[in-house]
Ligand binder design. Structure first.
Ligand SMILES: [Zn+2]
Length: 211
């Protein structure tokens, strides 16, 4: 933004422009839009920003961000505690909740991506295996993104679970993967409810050996 403009305007445009999906033009438009709003409204924005990370904890069980540990999902006794959906991020939990999944979750914190230097040790895979050792689940649903990295992550986890079952560390359980119908290369969080519900219903046994 031009240096003839006040510093505060340039500073806000710079901050907004650092957000994902917002280029310099959009950042400038948003800045001028905000300039036209009431001070009270801007203060509400500022307050929402400054309180975003206050009083938040990571659930030690499923690794979702919550106000309490365990989180409301993990402490809800009406949920099906024999089904565990493994997802990449918290937004995927929201998507599966909308699709009426009633089991428990495990948030990985991303996907295995050698290009971005993210290996299995950067995700909560070890914690997932611990969880499977400590609690009896009947089914683990690998609900990672239908992308190359998402598939690679699902494959890696399936292999780890299989090895743990073979060594007797984990009791026998079924590993499933969401059915196709989800757009390949897409993001799970953007899938519409119906597509995701169907993919959830039509999930199939994941391991190559079972086919
Ligand atoms: Zn939890």
């Amino acid at each position: 933004m031009s240096s003839v403009l006040p510093k505060s305007i340039r500073a806000l445009a710079e901050v907004l422009g650092s957000l994902p999906g917002i280029g310099p033009k959009t950042a400038n438009r948003l800045t001028f839009y905000l300039l036209g709003r009431e001070i009270a409204e801007l203060e509400r924005f500022a307050q929402a920003f400054s309180e975003l990370k206050k009083n938040l904890v990571t659930c030690s069980s499923c690794h979702i961000i919550a106000e309490n540990d365990p989180c409301p999902i993990c402490s809800d006794d009406s949920r099906d505690r024999q089904k565990l959906a493994v997802v990449e991020e918290a937004l995927d939990v929201i998507a599966l909740e909308k699709a009426r999944f009633n089991g428990l979750y495990h948030v990985l914190g991303g996907q295995i991506s050698p290009i971005n230097h993210i290996g299995p040790e950067d995700l909560t895979i070890a914690q997932l295996l611990d969880r499977l050792r400590q609690h009896d689940f009947k089914e683990v649903i690998l609900a990672t993104d239908p992308s190359l990295e998402g598939e690679a992550t699902a494959l890696y986890i399936d292999e780890q679970i299989r090895a743990a079952i073979e060594s007797g560390a984990i009791k026998k359980l079924t590993v499933t993967r969401l059915a196709r119908g989800l757009p390949v290369g897409g993001d799970l969080e953007y899938a519409d409810e119906l597509t995701l519900s169907r993919a959830l219903e039509g999930r199939s046994s994941y391991s190559q050996k079972d086919q």
